[in-house]
Design a protein around this ligand. Structure first.
Ligand code: DAT
Ligand code: MG
Length: 151
């Protein structure tokens, strides 16, 4: 078993469009469990830290101003191979090339308003979770999870 924790963000467009419940429902239906969750409006510093890998890209300024523009919902999500599994549920970055059935294909139209963030590797998950949550805010759901999954 490879139970992982990953960071998911329901970005400001998801919150303002009232899609947080829909997004969480999809995670829950897959069997993933929430280990931490909060509504927060990100500071510029935290946004730049979160998206540091993109700091030289032309869209960086827009990305930071969008992600800080209004509250988002941050989730620590636990599950078997949850990092890749959540990326699969979320779909490709551009909603137009995302597979039907994914969050971005079903619910979004453009790359700049693609509703959700999901960590893309173990190293990213570890780094990004720390930006949003302190150690004491996690409630591990491993015990629950193990009742529902089996290799
Ligand atoms: P992902 O969110 O799928 O991990 P990413 O890490 O490449 O994608 O980019 C982070 C976010 O930046 C992405 O969700 C939306 C925005 N973005 C990426 N490429 C973009 C582009 N070409 N134009 C505008 N925004 C872009
Ligand atoms: Mg990314």
């Amino acid at each position: 078993m490879a139970i992982e924790t990953t960071l998911l963000l329901c970005k400001p467009d998801a919150v303002s469009r009232g899609l947080v419940g829909e997004i969480i429902a999809r995670l829950e239906r897959r069997g993933y469990l929430i280990a931490a969750m909060k509504l927060v409006q990100l500071s510029g510093d935290k946004a730049r830290e979160h998206y540091a890998e993109h700091k030289d890209r032309p869209f960086f300024g827009d990305l930071v101003s969008f992600i800080t523009s209004a509250p988002l919902v941050a989730l620590a999500v636990e599950g078997e191979n949850a990092i890749d599994g959540c990326r699969q549920l979320i779909g490709a970055t551009n909603p137009l090339t995302a597979a039907p059935g994914t969050i971005r294909a079903d619910l979004a139209q453009t790359i700049g308003r693609n509703l959700v963030h999901g960590s893309d590797s173990k190293a990213s998950a570890e780094r990004e979770l720390k930006i949003f949550f302190t150690e004491g805010e996690f409630v591990s759901r491993k015990h629950d999870l193990e009742r529902w999954i089996k290799e």
